[in-house]
Write a protein that binds this ligand. Structure first.
Ligand SMILES: [Zn+2]
Ligand SMILES: [Zn+2]
Length: 350
């Protein structure tokens, strides 16, 4: 297959800092859209994968799955995009398209394993897929999203992962007016969860371990903020919430949150702590409660989320950086030193 050489920013080893690399993209095929990448958000999974912390990283790795850009070329059979359009790519670039989940717009749960935007077997060129820390990407139009020109493009990029990761469970568990919803943790995911739950009409209660984030939580849309280390404050919320979105990736006490759910309430994990989380049976039994998880969203739902965010004027709070700041940004990300998402201005990649 014909290919095109482009510049990217990635690494050849777990211990090595990211640097400029040369990679190949496939030539545009009949159903493909070629996108010049303008902005790419930095997700925690970029860092975990670059450093092989989840194992299975194949080097060289080019991270990035919060991609916003402009269409520069389309294949002959492309119907939904034309040159000059804004376009987005999230965590998925392909899937089997045949299994029950693909047919039900749940490509993220494809039986064959969906093709991730980076570090996934490339169905066209062989080798691994390369992500959005790069000048351009070529993707089948079925996996390309339409981006509104109403919003700040850099601040839209994180919607492609952090936005859909929080929107999908809030939608699935039917969060809306008249409901009290808890959001645990205010970071890349949590700050999007607050904004989206609020826009869906819920009463939003934010749980944080850091008193200093109280004002910020309110600015983001929280109706109430609870210091989760204060037992008296936590006790006051017992059996009061319809749904809890848990955005914490570190070890934490799940029982303490399950006990805040009403009867039939659900707690959904979107953070991914590495170690098992102990759950006491009575936290579930005594209220017919559910403990669940959620993974990004399908392509149709991702488009729905982008349209919802454009309608409600929702973007991520971002710090825009140049590509040469990425290694420093990773260190700051580990310390939680960002409000609330780094986004790379890809024009800085030369
Ligand atoms: Zn992500
Ligand atoms: Zn499938």
């Amino acid at each position: 297959m014909e290919t095109k050489n482009i510049k990217a920013f990635g690494t050849e080893a777990a211990e090595a800092p990211l640097k400029t690399l040369d990679i190949k993209r496939r030539a545009v095929q009949a159903h493909d859209v070629e996108i010049e990448i303008l902005y790419c958000g930095i997700c925690h999974s970029d860092l975990h994968t670059a450093r092989n912390e989840w194992h299975g990283t194949i080097y060289p790795i080019v991270p990035g799955h919060e991609i916003v850009g402009r269409v520069t070329k389309v294949g002959d059979h492309v119907k939904g995009f034309k040159v000059g359009d804004l376009a987005g790519v999230g965590c998925l670039v392909d899937s089997c398209r045949e299994c029950e989940h693909c047919k039900n717009d749940l490509e993220q749960f494809c039986d064959e394993g969906s093709t991730q935007t980076f570090n996934s077997p490339d169905r066209h060129l062989g080798g691994q897929t390369y992500g959005g820390y790069s000048q351009s990407i070529t993707v089948d139009e079925s996996f390309v999203l339409h981006i509104s020109d109403k919003l700040d493009l850099a601040a839209v990029a994180p919607l492609l992962c952090a936005g859909i990761t929080t929107y999908s469970p809030l939608k699935h568990w039917k969060v809306g007016p008249g409901q009290k919803v808890g959001i645990v943790g205010i970071g890349g995911l949590g700050h999007m969860g607050i904004k989206i739950a609020k826009a869906m009409g819920a009463h939003v209660v934010v749980f944080t371990t850091s008193l200093s984030k109280t004002d910020d939580a309110k600015r983001l849309g929280a109706d109430e903020v609870v210091l989760s280390t204060d037992e008296a404050q936590m006790a006051a919320y017992a059996r009061s919430l319809n749904f809890i979105l848990d955005c914490v990736s570190a070890e934490h006490n799940i029982d303490a949150y399950l006990n805040l759910l009403k009867v039939d309430g659900t707690l959904t994990l979107v953070g991914a702590p590495m170690d098992p989380l102990p759950v006491t049976s009575f936290s579930l039994i005594l209220g017919r409660r559910s403990f669940s998880g959620s993974l990004i969203g399908g392509i149709a739902e991702t488009q729905e989320m982008l349209d919802f965010c454009a309608e409600h004027n929702i973007t991520s709070d971002v710090e825009v950086i140049g590509v040469n700041d990425v290694n420093d940004a990773y260190e700051r990300l580990l310390k939680g030193d960002v409000k609330y998402r780094f986004v790379i201005d890809m024009a800085s990649l030369k």
